[in-house]
Design a protein around this ligand. Structure first.
Ligand code: GDP
Length: 208
């Protein structure tokens, strides 16, 4: 495996390369290409626990098509550790191979505590997102929705807008039996508080 900065511990570009980390609790983030996953993961990993502004990590060529494993801590001083798995982006330009890697990872990870599906708050839910929800339900993995790029939404600074947007997003899934949880966290990768909230929520939902 290739070692990288910011605690990157492994990188898999094919089903055969997926490592076995079942001894360590894991959390995975997934979303459509361009949803802001790289930026958010960069902020989650680099921002802890200081007020450091989210840095946009440089994208390793092909990394959006790979599974990237990072070591992930709630606080630098805390020894409890998880592995944060960056799953390949889906939707535009994705391939069957990436789908196979995602399925293989989901089926073989016995210590996967939760998956967070990222949804661009301007784009909202697309059919590819629904397919991922179905897949996670099939593998019986707990999953939660995380809204991204909230700062880009018109009027997002107005009080009450966020609740409105969360309600709208849920209404798109209303009468929908696929929903695992109706809790939605809204984030902007450049707003440290929203990233801190997400980090705490991830550890809590993963039982750590
Ligand atoms: P990925 O394809 O899901 O990894 O998405 P990236 O993290 O590369 O982000 C895609 C584009 O959206 C880039 O131009 C980012 O700078 C931008 N972006 C990501 N997160 C945010 C955010 O929270 N707010 C704003 N305004 N732009 C964002």
């Amino acid at each position: 495996f290739l070692k990288g900065s910011t605690g990157q511990i492994a990188f898999a570009q094919s089903v055969e390369q997926i490592p076995d980390y079942n001894e360590t609790p894991q959390v995975a983030l997934i979303g459509r290409t361009n949803v802001g996953k790289t930026s958010l993961i960069g902020s989650l990993l680099l921002g802890a626990p200081s007020k450091q502004k989210g840095l946009k990590p440089s994208k390793r060529p092909g990394s959006t098509k790979a599974l990237v494993f990072h070591s992930f801590k709630r606080k630098a001083s805390i020894s409890k550790e998880m592995i944060l798995v960056d799953l390949p982006g889906y939707g535009y330009g994705s391939h069957i191979d990436q789908g196979k890697m995602i399925e293989k990872y989901l089926s073989s990870s016995t210590n996967l505590r939760a998956v967070f599906i990222l949804i661009d708050m301007k784009v909202m839910i697309k059919s590819a997102d629904l397919m991922v929800m179905d897949l996670l339900n099939r593998f019986r993995v707990p999953w939660y929705i995380v809204g991204t790029k909230w700062d880009k939404v018109k009027g997002s600074h107005i009080p009450g807008r966020e609740l409105e947007a969360r309600t709208k997003l849920l209404s798109l899934l209303k009468d929908d039996t696929r929903l695992y949880s109706d809790e939605i966290l809204v984030t902007s990768s450049q707003v440290p508080k929203s990233v801190d909230n997400l980090r705490l929520s991830i550890f809590k939902k993963c039982g750590l």
